[in-house]
Ligand binder design. Structure first.
Ligand code: CA
Length: 225
């Protein structure tokens, strides 16, 4: 898929040259020729990477970067004047991913862009997130999603799923599950866990074609990775 790259650079010759090279490599490119316009585009559009000149009219590159970082984690490569050590340090401090000194060889810039795009990787997963077979359970937000779809679960269904996912590959017996899900003082149907497992299978396994919860005959249930 084509990457969308924003070039914020007031030297139009450089901007056009880099644009041409990036398009040649299959990227989509937008340009801005001053700091304010660049910031506006950076914040309002979706970009996979931003090339940001430090010396810009309107709003300088470091300030643009600082404001971008308040809202976005998009990779940013700074273009700095030769030997402007302060710019490099301040740029990295302000959250730039990399910098390149002018004048630069286009091949080097393209290589650094590829590295920055690769490093981006998958979106960071929250600490209290469990994920198995495309089913993601967020313990902090009390949320279950499958391929981005949000799944509506009752508290007990959520608890049961959470315990099974936390103990993946371990068979849990009905009594333990009942204690965990319903509390130790629960008095009621002894097959309550089977009922909740059935609900979960209807909402998850059946609807999304996943085999998530396995029955271990005579013992209990397990979620296998
Ligand atoms: Ca400049």
């Amino acid at each position: 898929m084509a990457n969308r790259i924003l070039i914020i650079e007031d030297e139009e010759k450089i901007a056009r040259f880099v644009e041409l090279e990036l398009k040649h490599e299959g990227n989509e490119v937008e340009k801005a020729f001053d700091g304010r316009e660049g910031l506006e585009k950076a914040l309002s559009g979706h970009f996979d990477l931003i090339l940001l000149d430090v010396m810009l009219p309107g709003l300088n590159g470091l300030e643009v970067l600082r404001r971008i970082r308040l809202e976005k984690q998009v990779p940013v490569i700074m273009l700095t004047a030769r030997d402007a050590v302060m710019d490099k340090v301040s740029g990295l401090d302000a959250g730039a991913d990399d910098y390149i000194t002018k004048p630069f060889a286009i091949e080097e810039l393209l290589a650094r862009i590829r590295v920055a795009l690769k490093k981006r990787g998958p979106v960071e997963v929250a600490t209290h997130t469990l994920s198995i077979k495309g089913v993601t359970l967020d313990e902090d937000r009390y949320e279950v999603t499958i391929n981005g779809d949000s799944i509506e679960l009752t508290n007990r269904e959520f608890e049961l799923l959470r315990i099974l996912m936390k103990n993946k590959n371990i068979v849990l017996d009905r009594e333990k599950l009942m204690n965990e899900v319903c509390g130790y003082d629960y008095i009621g149907e002894t097959n309550i866990i089977d009922v909740y497992v059935r609900y979960l299978r209807t909402k998850i396994d059946d609807r999304y074609g996943i085999k998530l919860i396995h029955t271990v005959r005579g013992v209990g249930y397990v979620i296998k990775e």
